[in-house]
Write a protein that binds this ligand. Sequence first.
Ligand code: NAD
Length: 491
Amino acid sequence: MDPLKNYIAGQWTDADSHGALDVENPATGEILARVPLSTAAETDRALAAARDAFPRWSDTPVSGRCELLFRFAELLRANAEVLTRQITEENGKSLADSRAEVKRALENTEVACGMSVLQQGDKLIGAAAGIDGEVLRLPIGPFGMIAPFNFPLMVPFWFFPYALAAGNTYVVKPSEQVPLSVHRVSGLIHEAGFPPGVFNLVHGDRRAAERLLEHPDLRGISFVGTSRVCRIVAARCAETNKRFQALGSAKNHLVAMPDAKMDEVIRNMITSCYGCAGQRCMASSAIVGVGEATYHEVCKRFVEASRRVPVADPLDPAVADEPMVMGPVISARSKQFILEMIQAGIDEGATLALDGRELVVPGCRQGHFLGPTVFTDVQPGMKIHQTEIFGPVVVILKAESLDEAIAIINNHPYGNGASIYTQNGHYARQFKLRTAAGMIGVNVGIPAPVASLPFGGMRSSLFADTKGQGKAAIRFFTEEKIITERYWSET
Ligand code: NAD
């Protein structure tokens, strides 16, 4: 099998590489492709293409840039089902989840198509006597993105449509575990007719990523992945004076109040915790029951509902149309880590109320499956509570009051998302204002904002001062230049 090609300067080219890795379907173990591990010299070629394309692209009127984005959006729509299947094949999430991912990618493209309004500057007449002030929002240069495995298609769309529409050029490095969806998207970019070098694709691992971080021609980078790597990205970008935004790890909490509508709550918790086998950055993996009775009811009903979650190859025709089906985790390595975390939970004294370790999916012996796994009697600070496990493992904690539940969340290192289930406006308001998480849900288990609103967490879940999507992306991808001007009278 020949390795995938890179897309550089408008051409598909063989990569100068350190070798290639297999890309595996995590449900079946089938090898789907080989991904090249591009060298620094190959990454430099992509950056040179982006640098050379920048003057002309940034000088193209915004209407011309958006005309191509509109065409690209049409191609995305026409290829939605092909992309959906591609995501499921390489990532293992259900077709329903992949479809939602394509939809959000398209939404971001559509929001970026509004750049002629979004990029407008400000003008202050009479800043001082005879002097006016003006704020311009200008494109900056080549930007880049380093992507994670869990949303192979959608995550790059939080950034690159905005970057291109604002007049910047781009280099994307997908996750080496799931390179195929962005590979297909690059074909659609080509078909839409973007000029050579405006968008470039470089496959590879951390070596290609590190080259992006250190290269002086790259003016800014969007990173999404673990907080461990976010710290590296932040330090490197400070050294090389690049803009950066680094969206990191998560442990999202769901708080159930005594007045919550329990039937709806349990259904909602199940999709939040087990969609994408618990590998969404907005997946919940910690539940807090407030009060003795609520805690016990949640434990009992959540465990019962977890037992009924179907686990299968998501491309099996018997389940392909199911809205809630759980596929495998991404790799053998990831499964091994999750198994170690389950053992850690047992060792530190939590109760393993549901054990998914022995689950077998018939016909999928090579797949990386685990069943839903639930720990009760979990104390804040236990390893299984502190660590992002990134699999179908849920911990349930008890709090005596809403204050205690908020304290559990705020004492946790991560602050990506958090949700409360209640019908009480006072509880909801307290939760919205006092919980230290970037995205808050009220009776919504996955509070992932739509494309026109900013996306990003707080504390160790976000290393940046600008989030993704919507207006936040416009701030990131434009330089505010401030003009102070006056003209003297000719007479
Ligand atoms: P990861 O950090 O292992 O890898 C992400 C990317 O970084 C990959 O492209 C990889 O090649 C590259 N990389 C790895 N080591 C690097 C290094 N030393 N220097 C530079 N680049 C390096 O993350 P992952 O396992 O692919 O993704 C899962 C993680 O992403 C989870 O922690 C999840 O919470 C997080 N995530 C967060 C959000 C969010 O919005 N906060 C969204 C999606 C995923």
